[in-house]
Design a protein around this ligand. Structure first.
Ligand code: ADP
Ligand code: MG
Length: 399
């Protein structure tokens, strides 16, 4: 059996709503690592099949273990208990062959694409804040009994994918690269702002250390606009192969950081729809923070099981720490997607090289400021105020 026949056989066996006599299969994945297929019959019934191979899709010579696939399944299972409405339905997982069969979210589009087209979604902030609060706070050991939490941490230990993040997010952007992705005219600035900036390197080092050592909550691990599907009604979060237990601010901050790229793209685009989009998105970011905080304040006492975490001061200090982490990790996400090896698609929306170089300078300014000031920015509203101010600043570098 060739690979396609095998995929069709598995899919039609577990999804009886597909007509196995008239099913076909094609690859839809655009990723670098996994193979993603749609299996469909002539009536249009379909499922998605994700196959994690030991060889990477874009570089067959580079081997990667298939553990990420078992992690992805374990994470989907855990999420199905906490936020079943915000993930695709999972039909089947084949442990031997690392094949996951799931709901086809064909009525959705990837959040990054939607935002690149300056589309707005009224429920976005409410749904994102609910997803983040539920998945993050409810998996801490303030809520989950300690023994169970430790068992979960063990099950969701993900050394290989975490090592990738440690390199790509927390190391590479701060070191000279062989083939820089940023605009050549920003070379001197990037060198002084990132490579030779001892104060920044120290703070990023601390954030990296927290990423590695603070097993606070069950994280998605790659919570950015490419891991979220959206339509007019709702969001679906997918692709959790980077899942592990880490600081909850990492998921929050990575996501917020990834939103600031389309925000800035809109800001630098001089049209009415872009202006409305920028207003909506900035407002949504503020509301994500506000709603997370009110969920926290309103549900803390009922959810928390640890008697030692019951003081008002503990409640406040704990939140403050998460908030600071989230600003810091928003900063590292912005920096890595601007100056790291994997550059974000939003830059392609800036075709004028001068404008693109200016966007890079603004983003480096935002990223470094968020990292350096993460402990003193009081809330999401103040963060957005800072972001707006930095975007409007005259174009002289001032980290
Ligand atoms: P990778 O781990 O290789 O990044 P993803 O899980 O992100 O794989 O899937 C790659 C692409 O396949 C996604 O960007 C999306 O376009 C498509 N895809 C993945 N899962 C689904 C799904 N459940 N429904 C529809 N399309 C999907
Ligand atoms: Mg992906």
């Amino acid at each position: 059996m060739d690979r396609h026949e095998e995929i069709i056989a598995i899919a039609t066996r577990v999804a009886s709503f597909i007509d196995s006599e008239n099913a076909y299969c094609y690859e839809i994945g655009d990723g670098t690592v996994n193979y993603v297929y749609r299996v469909e019959d002539v009536e249009g019934h379909s499922v998605i099949v994700k196959h994690a191979d030991t060889t990477r899709r874009n570089a067959e010579g580079l081997l990667l273990s298939t553990d990420r696939s078992a992690i992805e399944y374990a994470q989907f299972q855990a999420l199905s208990e906490i936020v079943p409405n915000f993930i695709p339905r999972i039909y089947y997982y084949d442990r031997e062959r690392h094949i996951l069969v799931m709901e086809d979210l064909k009525e959705f589009e990837i959040l990054r694409e939607a935002l690149l087209n300056f589309r707005t979604f009224p429920n976005f902030a409410a749904q994102v804040s609910r997803y983040l609060f539920d998945t993050l706070f409810k998996t801490t050991d303030l809520v989950v009994p300690a023994a169970l939490k430790r068992e979960q941490v063990r099950k969701l230990t993900n050394p290989e994918m975490c090592a990738l993040t440690e390199k790509i997010v927390f190391t590479d952007p701060y070191e000279e690269q062989e083939e820089p992705v940023y605009s050549p005219e920003n070379k001197a600035l990037i060198e002084s702002a990132l490579y030779r900036n001892e104060a920044l390197r120290t703070q990023v080092g601390l954030l990296k250390y927290r990423y590695k050592n603070v097993s606070q909550s069950m994280l998605h691990g790659e919570m950015n606009t490419t891991s979220v599907f959206i339509n007019a009604d709702t969001i679906k979060v997918f692709d959790p192969e980077y899942a592990f237990y880490g600081p909850m601010g990492f998921d929050v901050g990575t996501f917020i950081g990834s939103l600031l790229f389309p925000w800035l793209l809109g800001k630098l685009t001089d049209t009415e729809p872009a202006r409305q989009f920028v207003e909506w998105l900035g407002d949504s970011i503020e509301r994500i923070y506000e709603r997370m905080q009110s969920e926290y304040e309103n549900n803390y006492d009922a959810l928390v099981t640890d008697a030692m975490a019951r003081t008002a001061e503990f409640k406040e200090l704990f939140y403050r720490e998460v908030l600071g982490d989230s600003f810091g990790y928003a900063g590292t996400e912005i920096i890595r997607r601007t100056a790291g090896s994997l550059r974000t698609r939003e830059f392609l929306g800036l075709r004028d090289p001068e404008k693109r170089a200016r966007a890079e300078r603004i983003l480096i300014r935002m990223g470094t400021r968020l990292v350096m000031h993460r402990h003193v920015i009081p809330d999401g509203r103040a963060m957005m105020q800072l972001i707006r101010q930095l975007a409007d600043m005259p174009d002289a570098f001032d980290a």
